[in-house]
Design a binder for this molecule. Structure first.
Ligand code: SF4
Ligand code: SF4
Length: 340
């Protein structure tokens, strides 16, 4: 009984929300590992290195955001859905919808890089390495991901016409880009290892280094979130000025000095709400309407799975590339295909 009461109190004070977030993030991270392993087995079969056929998991296309952005432009121009990496476009559209409606809920609850960033930040804190960059450094660092987004937007949205898009989509590079990505992780070059090691080291020093400073995907979702209805609100009359909200915020936002957190950096994780000791001080609201604690994560998962169900039922999940052709191009991918 005591345990049950403690559990209920934990939920009321928000600790349950923190555990729920970790469970959801962990579930998606495990799923990504499982999909990556299945994709590895599939690519071995497709390249003729194993006789055992394993179906290709379409969800690996989630890691092809550039291809998804190209496909999105083609969808807008022609109304035709990408037949090569349709799951990648579906997941991209789901993330955009979340960005518009639910802040960067995709970053806060689904993306496995967010969980990895949190783990590295916790390790950095334990090792006493974690630092808060001074404002003169934080602002240019925060601008980097928008700069990267602008470069991609210029190269794809402004410079690529329909002919260039269709030629890219049918290029050997795009057909095998998922296999190339797998090969990159299975046998990284010395330069890649240095870059990844640098990112891990930087994440131990500066919280969520990749997500806050370098990820153009997150930058795009943050810009969409500026127009969205959902935000964390603080009631200054109830605030204890303890700043616990700021200590747990993965985006290092000054929650205790805001009445409404509208920053494009907010990932909608609700960790601040979970950590706040003052009842009803921090609330997630849609417009002026307070939302129950579970509403945001349930809505994030609802949008994600709604897009997935729609894609599966409408035939926009599995690639339309025939298996024999995939076999040929996967064998090619493991010997190297240059960027067009
Ligand atoms: S955790 Fe809550 S009470 Fe403490 S500073 Fe933040 S909003 Fe105020
Ligand atoms: S302000 Fe709150 S909801 Fe937004 S990122 Fe920080 S902890 Fe998460």
């Amino acid at each position: 009984m005591d345990k049950l009461l403690a559990m209920v109190n934990g939920w009321r004070q928000g600790r349950g929300m923190h555990r729920l977030r970790r469970t959801v993030q962990g579930g998606f991270a495990l799923f990504c590992l499982w999909a990556g392993y299945r994709f590895y087995l599939f690519s071995r079969w497709a390249a003729g290195r194993s006789p055992a056929y394993v179906p290709r998991p379409p969800s690996v296309e989630a890691f092809l955001p550039i291809s998804a952005l190209v496909s999105l432009k083609r969808l807008v121009l022609t109304g035709r859905f990408d037949p090569i990496h349709p799951a990648g476009l579906t997941i991209f559209l789901a993330a955009l919808a979340m960005g518009l409606l639910l802040r960067k809920g995709f970053c806060g609850w689904i993306c496995p890089v967010g969980l990895l960033s949190d783990i590295l930040a916790a390790a950095g804190r334990r090792l006493r390495l974690l630092r808060q960059p001074p404002a003169w450094l934080a602002h240019p660092l925060l601008a980097l991901k928008y700069l990267l987004l602008a470069l991609f937007a210029f190269a794809i949205l402004a410079r690529m016409d329909l002919a260039a898009i269709e030629s890219f989509q049918l290029s050997p590079y795009n057909l095998v880009v998922d296999a190339r990505m797998l090969a990159f992780f299975l046998a990284p070059s010395a330069a890649s290892l240095w870059v990844m090691g640098g990112l891990v080291g930087a994440s131990l020093l500066l919280r969520s280094f990749w997500c806050r400073f370098l990820c153009p995907y997150g930058a795009l979702l943050g810009l969409l979130a500026l127009a969205g209805p959902v935000a964390v609100h603080r009631n200054p009359g109830k605030c204890l000025d303890c700043r616990k909200c700021e200590r747990v915020c993965p985006a290092a936002l000054p929650v205790s000095r805001k009445e409404t957190v509208r920053s494009p950096e907010c990932i909608g994780c609700t960790e601040c709400v979970a950590a706040c000791p003052a009842p009803d001080c921090l609330t997630v609201k849609a417009g002026r309407r307070p939302l129950p604690p579970l509403a945001l994560p349930l809505a994030v998962l609802g949008v994600f799975f709604a897009f997935w169900v729609w894609a599966v039922l409408s035939g926009h999940w599995q690639t339309q590339v025939p298996l024999p052709l995939l076999q040929k191009i996967y064998a090619l991918a493991l010997t190297g295909v240059a960027h067009p």
